[in-house]
Design a protein around this ligand. Structure first.
Ligand code: SF4
Length: 385
């Protein structure tokens, strides 16, 4: 499993706390992209021997990977070649924003497929122009529909859409309308939907707006109602709710993300990217410092100390590894084996939640949080660890 982080965006969204840098048209773009690709190539060459067994997936995320011109994505994809042809990953996802698909048109979308991309994850967030403006998104609702149409016409058969609920000013009615629009998109329903509750991220514009009293968080009860509507509407439409925030038509569950949740190792490349290694009982997490400048300085010259210069590493304690295992697996609909949960968590608390129905047994012997409890999964998990 390989993840590549593209830390560039054209503008910053109101709610965003991810690491990303502004990529303006013109000079900065020309100056930075070529060396950035070279640095990625050097990092991959130096670290690929550390790639461990796991699903054969590549995920290019960000930031906004679709700000990259096609030629740059082509260069990145060329790092993974099999005898002169693009490597056929089991799953190769690229994150895109609608405005880039509309401006690139069908050629850009077909180009992505020619590189071996077989899954597109598009950040739509809302189908309401007022909400999109509030979010400081660059596309309109019509633009998001047009982008979807372009992807389908190009032949993309696996599309995931990102949505946000719990947004100030978006009442329950508007949320229902949004879900209705998704299910009625041209070219058929998306194969996958990720829906996240708006949260106030440190460093985001939203955090400042809240601090100045220019905006108020939506109450818990309203968010819960929107979440329950999401579950009901998508459930009725045939989606499997396989993780707290993720829904898939049968057979379209994300391979890459599912492997994260089941604790598989992965290699992350690019500024801010995280990696995870398993060596016997040792679990090691590492991450590149989030700075394009530091990344270029470390990897362009490919110094011997490049990796240690840019990377921070942490070995997980047994307690941390147990907590991570519980947190990731109890957010999924498959949960984890009951004996394992009893060993890793507080058995008395686990039994209490089993009696209360906020944990439930599956026929295969696993224990999960039922869908009706997904909205409060964090507090259930906090109560058993
Ligand atoms: S949400 Fe996505 S597009 Fe918006 S600023 Fe964050 S990374 Fe960039």
């Amino acid at each position: 499993m390989i993840y590549i982080h593209i830390p560039f965006c054209r503008t910053f969204c109101t709610y965003c706390g991810f690491y990303s840098e502004l990529l303006c048209r013109g000079t900065r773009k020309d100056k930075v992209l070529q060396p950035f690709c070279k640095a990625l190539e050097n990092e991959f060459a130096a670290r690929k021997s550390g790639l461990q067994d796991g699903p054969d997936t590549l995920y290019i995320g960000g930031g906004t990977p679709s700000v990259l011109p096609f030629s740059v994505l082509q260069t990145l994809a060329s790092l993974f070649m099999d005898e002169g042809r693009p490597h056929r990953f089991r799953e190769f996802t690229v994150e895109v924003n609608p405005e880039d698909i509309v401006s690139g048109g069908q050629d850009y979308a077909e180009g992505l497929l020619s590189l071996g991309v077989n899954r597109i994850s598009m950040g739509v967030q809302s189908y309401d122009d007022g909400i999109l403006r509030w979010m400081n998104r660059r596309h309109t609702a019509g633009g998001a529909v047009e982008a979807y149409r372009i992807l389908r016409r190009a032949g993309v058969e696996n599309i995931s859409l990102d949505l946000i609920f719990g947004v100030p000013g978006m009442g329950h009615g508007l949320w229902k309308e949004t879900l209705g629009r998704i299910l009625d998109l041209p070219g058929g329903m998306p194969e996958h939907i990720s829906a996240y509750q708006l949260s106030v991220e440190p460093g985001s514009a939203l955090e400042k707006m809240m601090a100045r009293g220019r905006c108020r968080e939506v109450g818990d009860e309203e968010c819960r109602l929107q979440y329950m509507t999401l579950c009901e509407v998508l459930g009725n439409a045939g989606y499997r709710h396989y993780e707290v925030s993720n829904f898939a038509l049968p057979g379209y569950e994300a391979v890459h993300n599912s492997a994260y949740w089941s604790g598989e190792p992965y290699l992350g490349l690019g500024p801010g990217a995280h990696s995870f290694r398993i060596d016997g009982d040792r679990r090691t997490r590492s991450w590149n410092r989030p700075s394009v400048e530091a990344y270029l300085s470390a990897w362009l010259s490919c110094r011997d100390d490049a990796e240690t210069d840019i990377m921070e590493t942490e070995e997980l304690t047994q307690e941390q590894a147990a907590l991570e295992r519980i947190m990731l697996s109890l957010r999924t609909d498959t949960g984890l084996p009951e004996p394992e949960l009893l060993r890793l968590a507080m058995p008395g608390q686990v039994r209490k939640h089993l009696s209360a129905g906020t944990l439930t047994r599956l026929p295969d012997g696993n224990v999960r949080i039922p869908e009706s409890g997904f909205f409060i999964s964090d507090s259930i998990i906090a109560d058993i660890v």
